[in-house]
Design a protein around this ligand. Structure first.
Ligand SMILES: Cc1cc2nc3c(=O)[nH]c(=O)nc-3n(C[C@H](O)[C@H](O)[C@H](O)COP(=O)(O)OP(=O)(O)OC[C@H]3O[C@@H](n4cnc5c(N)ncnc54)[C@H](O)[C@@H]3O)c2cc1C
Length: 495
């Protein structure tokens, strides 16, 4: 009896193949990705007995130097060490740490960090906000609303955290140590030989490696080297941010300010050329504030201002805003003023020698309006480790790095743009554009259906692109596409 499917015949006929994934924007296949991800997690949980799974190990073991022990450098070091590479981090500062207080860790970043085993190191420090509320500058009225719980966890299978930067950095450092990563402080890199490749430290020491990862921040020197000696430095935006924290106990003294910290939500007041982003950190003990405002003065002149002058300047910027907000601003004892800079897409992230790369703020500095700068650095590290996993020999390294560069540049360059666009969306003066924006966000506040929103956290297309992104998966997809182009046998994709 003939079989229902004549395999012999079907092999001979040139049928059109059904694509494994879609290249057009669609959410229709997301359930398949989620299914595979869950299955993978289940299998991993069954096997996991150590931080490094054997199946995660790269086919080759490289000696890798990471320059910079910021959040980006540590993330890259962890991602690479998990794959079995030998990683040494060189940091110029005499002590490890982070500037500023709070940081948002969005779902596209927690997806990776949880996989790496970071959660136990964060323990009681994590705050999980329920929603992000956009508030009108003048009276605090809710004009936009993004539900993080349960929406983000359900849709993107990864939570949204807010945290003290020091706690985040320390957790990464502890995990790095467990993975055997060596972090050398007081080790300023003065020069790079991109062909060797090697670094020269301030004390004259030369260190060789197979690959050097420059994660040396916004003022990166590695970037100049990658760009062949002519730097493309991030530019001023004409905006600066005051960063401050307020003790939650102080806020509990008044009913209106107590209401703001009663639940661990993110609140964002938006007005003419200014906004104030707030959320709770340190397990709910501290209220973090970032107050963005126009400032075209030279940051070099800021150091000469007394702390009273800086505080007075900050209060003047928000005079006449929502009385509850200004009451909280009045509770700030000290603040730090920070220039907001943005880079523009670089021609390359990989040096001509293919042995030196840049990532994090060095490659894609962005204004903090999408809260994605560090998240992009975490993605860069994860993606780099995944790309090296597809490299079979050291001679094959350039191919792996080029795929990584193409995928990451596309993602981070667009996030840089999305961050600037938030500055446009949030800073309208009262008038027709502000009214049209608020009208566009009204359905999400009233719980009505919507297909677009001027709130990029809620807009379904931006939301899925931003938070549903899996940096490792995108690299796997890119390599699968490459195999197809070269007519190599397909490899089954699994997360
Ligand atoms: C106000 C504000 C709010 C933000 N909020 C968020 C947020 O909520 N979520 C988010 O994801 N991102 C946020 N960001 C962005 C985020 O802070 C940065 O993108 C991230 O910290 C960059 O990390 P990095 O490791 O690339 O760079 P950096 O943190 O700058 O680290 C670079 C490291 O390299 C070291 N270094 C530099 N040169 C050398 C050298 N020659 N030799 C050795 N070491 C060297 C430096 O000392 C430093 O430790 C915010 C930024 C700002 C300004």
């Amino acid at each position: 009896m003939p079989s229902l499917i004549d395999t012999q015949a079907s092999a001979e006929v040139d049928f059109i193949p059904i694509p494994e994934s879609a290249s057009y924007p669609t959410g229709s296949l997301d359930f398949l990705v989620k299914f595979q991800q869950k299955e993978e997690q289940r299998l991993k949980a069954m096997r996991a007995s150590s931080l490094i799974n054997l199946e995660d190990r790269s086919p080759i073991r490289l000696d890798i130097i990471v320059v910079g022990a910021g959040l980006g450098g540590l993330a890259a070091a962890i991602a690479l060490a998990r794959r079995g590479h030998k990683v040494t981090v060189f940091e110029q500062a005499p002590e490890l740490g982070e500037v500023g207080a709070g940081i948002q860790i969005p779902s596209n970043s927690t997806r990776l960090l949880i996989k790496w085993g970071l959660e136990p190191f964060l323990a009681s420090k994590i705050v999980k906000p329920g929603h992000i509320a956009f508030r009108r500058w003048e009276d605090g009225k809710t004009i936009g609303l993004t539900k993080l719980i349960p929406h983000f966890e359900r849709e993107f299978d990864a939570p949204y955290y807010v945290l003290h930067r020091a706690h985040f950095h320390d957790a990464m450092y502890q995990l790095a140590l467990q993975l055997g990563i060596v972090v050398k402080i007081n080790s300023k890199v003065l020069d790079y030989d991109e062909d060797a490749p090697s670094i020269t430290l301030e004390n004259g020491e030369i260190h060789l490696a197979d690959l050097i990862v420059g994660s040396d921040g916004l003022k990166s020197y590695a970037r100049t080297k990658v760009l062949g000696g002519v730097d493309q430095t991030p530019k001023k935006t004409g905006f600066a941010a005051y960063r401050a924290t307020v003790d939650v106990e102080k806020m509990k003294a008044y009913p209106d300010t107590a209401e703001v910290c009663a639940k661990p939500n993110l609140n964002l007041w938006v007005g003419d050329m200014r906004h104030v982003m707030t959320y709770m950190i340190a397990g709910g003990k501290s209220f973090n504030m970032v107050l963005s405002h126009p400032d075209r003065s030279d940051p070099r002149t800021w150091a000469s201002q007394s702390s009273e002058q800086v505080l007075a300047g900050m209060r003047a910027h928000f005079k006449g805003w929502d009385p509850t907000l200004t009451k909280i601003i009045d509770m700030i004892d000290t603040t730090l003023k920070w220039p907001l800079m943005s880079g523009s897409p670089l021609p390359r992230w990989v040096s001509r020698s293919n042995k030196l790369v840049i990532m994090g703020d060095a490659a894609h500095a962005m204004v903090p309006y999408m809260s994605q700068g560090a998240a992009m650095a975490v993605e860069d590290g994860a993606a780099l480790a995944e790309a090296l996993h597809h490299v079979e020999s050291i001679d094959d390294l350039p191919r792996g790095l080029r795929v990584w560069e193409a995928v990451r540049k596309d993602r981070a360059d667009k996030m840089q743009e999305a961050s600037l666009i938030n500055g446009k969306l949030w800073h309208f003066p009262d008038g027709p554009l502000q009214q049209a924006r608020d009208e566009g966000m009204r359905p999400e506040v009233e719980g009505r259906e919507y297909v677009t929103s001027p709130n990029q956290w809620s807009d379904p297309t931006t939301q899925r692109w931003t938070y549903g992104y899996d940096a490792e998966w995108e690299i796997k997809k890119a390599f699968a596409g490459l195999r197809k182009k070269l007519s190599l046998p397909e490899v089954k994709l699994s997360r």
